[in-house]
Each structure stands twice: as C-alpha cells, then as structure tokens.
Write a protein of this length. Structure first.
Length: 119
C-alpha cells in the first residue's frame, strides 16, 4: 500500500513562511492529482489546494491563492506546499493526498504534519 509521507511542519511565527513536503513511500506511476488538506482544531478537514498532471491548480477557497502555493515534482510524486504570511488560523494538521488517475477519488493519504502558528 502506497503511503505518503509529509514533512516540514512545526512551530512558526505569524508573518513567517513554511514549506511542507510530501513524497510517496515507494516508486509509483505518476499520480494524476496531488494536493493538500488541513484540519484545524475543532474543525472539519478542508481542501487547501491541488495540482493535477497538466499543471492545473485548484484551491479550496479563492482567498487561499494569496498565501498558499503548490508545486510538484512529477518524476517522483513529490508535492510541496508553501505557506506565506502565516496566520494563527493556519494552525492545523496538514495532510497530503493523491488521486492516482483521472476521475479517481483522493485515495492515498499521509499521516499529517502539524503546523502551529504563534501570534
């Protein structure tokens, strides 16, 4: 079973930046879509951003375009999330997800990496 492994979380100051990384635990065919979700304390998990194989980027909310950037290395199924101008409300566990083919659901998940933003 393919697993995704996230890294890069931790404690950060408001106004700073963080870069999260996610890679597949083993060699796999290129995933069609990879992306990021987050679950803030006492809230439901929400979709942040995803990128498909054509480079099309989809955001959970338009406002996320301002501070969240996604990039991928297709050759090794790695995806990155850059968060700029961090805010305390960005505090959450960030999960990486992957959809292996067109039309498939988000099938593979990471364990999550915790981001805590202090004011």
């Amino acid at each position: 079973q393919v697993q995704l492994v996230e890294s890069g979380g931790g404690l950060a100051q408001a106004g700073g930046s963080l870069r999260l990384s996610c890679a597949a635990s083993e060699r796999t065919p290129d995933f069609f879509r990879m992306g990021w979700f987050r679950r803030a304390p006492r809230k439901e998990r929400e979709f942040v951003v995803g990128m498909d194989r054509s480079g099309t980027i989809t955001y959970g909310y338009n406002s996320m375009k301002e501070r969240f950037s996604i990039s991928r290395v297709f050759a090794n199924n790695t995806v990155y999330l850059q968060i700029d101008s961090l805010k305390p409300e960005d505090t959450a566990v960030y999960y990486c997800g992957a959809a292996p083919s067109v039309g498939s659901p988000w099938r593979y998940w990471g364990q999550g990496t915790k981001v805590t933003v202090s004011s």
